[in-house]
Design a protein around this ligand. Structure first.
Ligand SMILES: Cc1cc2nc3c(=O)[nH]c(=O)nc-3n(C[C@H](O)[C@H](O)[C@H](O)COP(=O)(O)OP(=O)(O)OC[C@H]3O[C@@H](n4cnc5c(N)ncnc54)[C@H](O)[C@@H]3O)c2cc1C
Length: 382
């Protein structure tokens, strides 16, 4: 069974880039994955190595230290990691943070942060969620009070991807607590030697074991007014909404890649493993399951590619990106579960990629806006 899953947007240059990314991941990232899963993060050295290889900020203009590519380059990096089940480096959150700087930052902020993020010297994180609120972003309580030419931040955030290693965090705060959306701003917080800033424990998750997800605490953290993203108060919610398609498409792309990786690994396995004197692959149930999965990923590939095309043309809207996130993550969980079943008991073992993909998949339906919120967004446009 061989189906062509080459993205429709892939040209020769991207194909070569893909080969290079794949080789690098096999040689430099995969061998350290187990260690990263044990310690709960990949470490700063890995981020720098990935930066040196030119795999960070690939769609950021060269003038800011990026590679000057476009979303297809980002998709290639996400896909090559996703299909190998390498989820330690949250490269997409890093890219999302870089895009906040690019799209909404002042010139000074772009020049100050983007080159260092591209080199992997500064890991990026975005902190919206709080212990008391996630989906209902307007209810955040972390606030920033103006004090002369500084802001003083107080509050706490939780479930923050890259939170343990982050050198720069975009913190969603209320600059006007009497307002909902209009009271939200984004503060740029550098974490090194920052009095009052504290990283809590690396959270113990059921999956994404190699990725650092952390709690962050802010107690009278003082930042200069120049650290307000874009320089104008009250724009945070709108900055967040503007970048949602980019963020959600990443989840769709990652979901598709994970399904493709799981499918290929399962094909290999069922052809080798035998039961009742024949390869598992020859049972009608296996063939039918794989036929269904192949159909799902072929259909998914077409939709993801269409969304990538829209993104390149600057016309991907939040509804369609939410569909990519919703459909991709729901199918990822189903497909990976069905693949795991074909591995039998071995599928339940952490040493098998399919087992890790199973627990890694579950969060895709929750973060980036839960799938219930995706349905709210989509239904509003009907
Ligand atoms: C591994 C991981 C990484 C994460 N990374 C980040 C990060 O980098 N930055 C960050 O800010 N956050 C991050 N999050 C947080 C994540 O985005 C939130 O968990 C998510 O938005 C849901 O918020 P909540 O957990 O508060 O759930 P709640 O908002 O309390 O929702 C609980 C349930 O109620 C449902 N619900 C809520 N509102 C509605 C509604 N209007 N209609 C129907 N159902 C509804 C939800 O869908 C969900 O099923 C991460 C979470 C995890 C677990």
């Amino acid at each position: 069974m061989s189906i062509d899953l080459t993205p429709s947007w892939q040209d020769e240059e991207l194909s070569m880039f893909r080969d290079n990314v794949g080789r690098f991941l096999e040689a430099e990232v995969a061998p350290h994955d187990e260690e990263a899963r044990k310690q709960g993060h990949v470490g700063h050295e890995m981020w720098r190595k990935v930066g040196e290889m030119g795999l960070l900020c690939t769609d950021i203009p060269e003038q800011y230290g990026g590679a000057g590519g476009d979303f297809r380059h980002e998709a290639v990096v996400a896909e090559e990691m996703g299909k190998r089940g390498l989820t330690g480096l949250n490269h997409s959150v890093h890219s999302i943070v870089a895009h906040y700087f690019l799209n909404h930052g002042t010139d000074e902020q772009k020049e100050k942060y983007l080159p260092r993020m591209a080199r992997g010297e500064l890991v990026g994180a975005i902190a919206m969620t709080e212990p008391g609120t996630g989906s209902d972003l307007q209810s955040i309580r972390t606030h920033a009070r103006k004090d002369g030419d500084h802001y003083v931040i107080n509050g706490s955030k939780t479930f923050i991807s890259n939170g343990f290693l982050a050198g720069v965090v975009l913190v969603c705060v209320k600059t006007d607590t009497s307002q909902g959306a209009k009271g939200i701003s984004i503060m740029v917080v550098e974490t090194e030697n920052q009095p009052g800033y504290q990283v809590g424990r690396v959270l113990d998750k059921i999956g994404l074991k190699a990725q650092d997800t952390a709690e962050l605490f802010f107690e009278d953290v003082r930042v200069h007014e120049g650290q307000l993203l874009g320089g104008v108060e009250g724009k945070g919610f709108f900055q967040l909404m503007g970048d949602l398609p980019y963020e959600r498409l990443f989840i769709g792309v990652g979901a598709q890649a994970a399904m493709e990786g799981a499918y290929r690994a399962t094909l290999d396995y069922v052809r080798e493993r035998t039961a009742f004197g024949q390869p598992i692959a020859d049972f009608q149930n296996t063939r039918f399951k794989l036929a269904e999965i192949a159909t799902t990923i072929k259909v998914g590939r077409a939709f993801v590619d269409e969304c990538v095309g829209d993104m390149l043309e600057g016309k991907l809207d939040t509804t369609k990106a939410s569909m990519a996130k919703l459909w991709g993550s729901e199918n990822q969980c189903r497909v990976v579960d069905e693949c795991l079943q074909l591995f039998g008991g071995y599928g339940y073992m952490n040493e098998y990629m399919i087992g890790r993909m199973y627990t890694d998949a579950r969060i895709q339906r929750i973060y980036g806006g839960t799938n219930e919120i995706m349905k709210e967004v989509i239904s509003r446009s009907l």
